[in-house]
Write a protein that binds this ligand. Structure first.
Ligand SMILES: O=C(O)c1cccc(C(=O)CC[C@H]2O[C@@H](n3cnc4c(=O)[nH]cnc43)[C@H](O)[C@@H]2O)c1
Length: 271
């Protein structure tokens, strides 16, 4: 069960102040949390039986993009659909996790969190200007180098580098995108700290994550924040470049942003 400490120690404040703060916080989170006192501190526990998948149409959908150009493309596609809120994550997973956590803390009525933007596509899996919908979100370079090669945080025993998504939802969305005329595939989307710039790294990553479809830099951070609140996550990337030797001049950013706009237009029709 998710448990959020609310930092009220018995030593640090009087009983009445303690109760007041706990009352305020538990009212703020009342639909999702229940209060528990344990060893001198209050905790907010996520109530049981929360729907992990967005089977309900109640609540809004938070979309996080790294940069403003991506945010504008998503907003164009949404055409003013008020079910969605689109916020900036910043570039990279740490900034994305912090931004997403702040956005989720500011409003308690989200039912789904989406990491979206352009990304690199693995050759022969995701072509330029196509859409990749994550069937798993994987922090592909979170771990340690060893004499035997890369060890993930999972192998090191420090947590999980993989965040699950609702695969059926991802596949359904891919079908809808194809029906709307876009090239789309469901597959693992890797989150990396350093965008791949050589064929050797592309090969290593493809070996590390069989079936890897795309890479970007924020998905895992967004998903970690959503996951802490037991909110379901999606990642949607449109392919601006191939994962491999860096050739920024060849990136199809404009076309990928147009594909992103079209993908979100379709999303409003099927979600
Ligand atoms: O220059 C522009 O006009 C422009 C407009 C929109 C977006 C950008 C970006 O550079 C976005 C950075 C963002 O893109 C992801 N990304 C794209 N390709 C890759 C890749 O091959 N490997 C990793 N990440 C990629 C990433 O999430 C960045 O945060 C520019």
């Amino acid at each position: 069960m998710l448990q959020l400490p609310i930092f009220i120690s018995a030593e640090s404040c009087s009983f009445s102040k303690k109760r007041l703060r706990a009352l305020f916080l538990s009212t703020f989170f009342e639909h999702r949390f229940e209060k528990q006192y344990d060893k001198g501190a209050y905790y907010l526990n996520l109530k049981g039986n929360q729907p992990m998948e967005h089977t309900t149409s109640d609540g809004r959908i938070l979309v996080m993009t790294a940069v403003e150009g991506e945010r504008e493309a998503v907003l164009r596609g949404l055409k003013g659909d008020t079910r969605f809120v689109v916020e900036l994550a910043g570039v990279g997973a740490p900034s994305a996790a912090a931004s997403t956590a702040l956005a989720l803390a500011a409003a308690g009525d989200y039912r789904l969190v989406i990491s979206a933007g352009i990304g690199g596509g693995f050759v022969e899996v995701a072509e330029l200007e196509s859409v990749v919908v994550a069937d798993a979100i994987i922090a592909a370079d979170l771990g340690a180098e060893t004499a035997e090669g890369f060890s993930s945080v999972d192998e090191l025993g420090f947590g999980s580098s993989r965040i699950a998504v609702n695969v059926a939802t991802a596949q359904r969305f891919v079908q809808a995108l194809r029906a709307a005329g876009q090239t789309a595939v469901a597959g693992p989307i890797l989150t990396v700290s350093t965008a791949t710039g050589t064929a050797a790294t592309a090969e290593q990553l493809a070996k590390r994550v069989p079936g890897a479809a795309a890479e970007a830099m924020e998905g895992y951070g967004v998903a970690v924040a959503a996951n802490r609140l037991e909110l379901p996550t999606m990642e949607i990337r449109t392919i601006s470049n191939a994962v491999g030797p860096r050739d920024r001049a060849a990136w199809r950013i404009k076309e990928a942003l147009q594909a992103l706009e079209a993908a979100f237009s379709t999303l409003t029709e099927v979600i």
